[in-house]
Design a protein around this ligand. Sequence first.
Ligand SMILES: Cc1ncc(COP(=O)(O)O)c(C=O)c1O
Length: 298
Amino acid sequence: MLQKFDSRNADLKVFIKDRLYPRDQAKVSVFDSVVQGGDAVWEGLRVYPEGIVCLEHHLNRLMASAKTLAFVDIPTKEFVKSAIDQTLKANGMTDQTHIRLTLTRGEKITSGMDPRLNQSGSCLIVLAEFKPLVYDNSSGIKVISSSQRRNGPEFLDSKIHHNNLLNNILAKIQANVAGKDAGLMLDHRGFVAELNGSNLFMVKGDTIYTPFAHACLPGITRGTVMALCERHQIAIKEADLSLSELYNADGVFATGTMGELTPVIEIDGREIFADDALMKRILTLFKTSIRSYCELLT
Ligand SMILES: Cc1ncc(COP(=O)(O)O)c(C=O)c1O
């Protein structure tokens, strides 16, 4: 599914470093670390009238990713919240909004990898757009397995939510070429890791399974689904899952802030049943409770 331009986003205000800029002036320097080496961390947030879904979890993950990458001047949560608040208010956004929150290591005094060249402090970008859920969750998505492996900690820990997602982008290109919606990535051992931009779950019998977070982002939506299962006494297990197990699952679904919960109806040409009762139950539980996970900025 290819996202389309939303005319409500034509005159956006974007927060960069310390203030808001109109969309056509919202730019970072060619010396910024994100341009130089993808040296940045990010979060995707969803806004409902009740607040931002799992705001604290997202801010904690942003801070943790920045700490792992040894950013020296990570902004406080209060600063980030204030920047988000200013951006949402300036754009009149209270619903159907997605925020791409990026923290770059900032501008360098000259091009190069060395973080000691970053002498202007980090750069926070709050890009909020009107963006309803990106998939049609009633019809589901078709995916193909990709030859691109998802990183594990032996190369670049998938627990860092960084801007170096080229292997995921290559997986998405493979899916595009095949005319499918997303690329399914395996870990270096050949077990299922995740889709190129969302986590995966499968239903078998009365149990829900999801891959260990060894080679996938430990998604916040993934965490919400696991917590919902526990709260409603639905058996949930993390496991090493092979493609064969997914092909023969009773139901498969993807999770992420962009699309929330999306049934996967085909993997590598194998049809996956879309009407499993347990899968439908968890999809409904999520839909009816997601707003209770919203947190206000102040
Ligand atoms: C590679 C990848 N996997 C999974 C997810 C879903 O994570 P979350 O549920 O925190 O949005 C994302 C979202 O950014 C992602 O980039």
